[in-house]
Design a protein around this ligand. Sequence first.
Ligand SMILES: *[C@@H]1O[C@H](CO)[C@@H](O)[C@H](O)[C@H]1NC(C)=O
Ligand SMILES: *[C@@H]1O[C@H](CO)[C@@H](O)[C@H](O)[C@H]1NC(C)=O
Length: 228
Amino acid sequence: MENCFKTLAVVVIVVLLLQQAPVLVRATDADPLQDFCVADLDSEVTVNGHACKPASAAGDEFLFSSKIATGGDVNANPNGSNVTELDVAEWPGVNTLGVSMNRVDFAPGGTNPPHIHPRATEVGIVLRGELLVGIIGTLDTGNRYYSKVVRAGETFVIPRGLMHFQFNVGKTEATMVVSFNSQNPGIVFVPLTLFGSNPPIPTPVLVKALRVDAGVVELLKSKFTGGY
Ligand SMILES: *[C@@H]1O[C@H](CO)[C@@H](O)[C@H](O)[C@H]1NC(C)=O
Ligand SMILES: *[C@@H]1O[C@H](CO)[C@@H](O)[C@H](O)[C@H]1NC(C)=O
């Protein structure tokens, strides 16, 4: 009798775990069915990702990249930061593998403005300098603001879909490298989304939503025409 209950308990646990499994799988990119599938970025075929190059055309070089060995110019735009992207468009070898990276360099006082990655959780390491990393929770947490000054060698994690930013609070340039559990994490810059969409969000919507005058909305819109 006791054994019978134990068996039943095991069956119930297995069923509960199986019910969770599809949720766990959906939390990241789909699992690959091949060793690798080097993206054919020129292919017209539309799948959930990119079509694969023929294996014969996919050499060792697609599994390595030196794109983030050097950083970009941090003084070339008003943010005072420069993102060197290493998603599937820059690194066809990660196609279907559910991972990608970025390097971001910051001038003193530079920022990677508040943004969201709709398709990925992010883990990052600061390589040099001191970055204030801020993450804002959903309404579930009462919009809690989590933050820390992250220094060289230290790491952080940004849960998928949460708004976050980095800001260089140090006196020198700073560099971080981040990884995503998606080959194409996507980025929603909050200022650009609100004030630089194409075509623009009607001003009365933003006046009501932000509780300011039309002049303030127009001023903000004027800052984000052109995307920077
Ligand atoms: C980032 O740096 C690169 C290389 O220095 C430069 O060509 C590019 O214009 C910069 N990008 C932005 C958006 O500032
Ligand atoms: C600078 O930040 C804005 C959002 O505030 C964003 O739209 C733009 O793409 C950023 N530019 C660079 C070069 O990162």
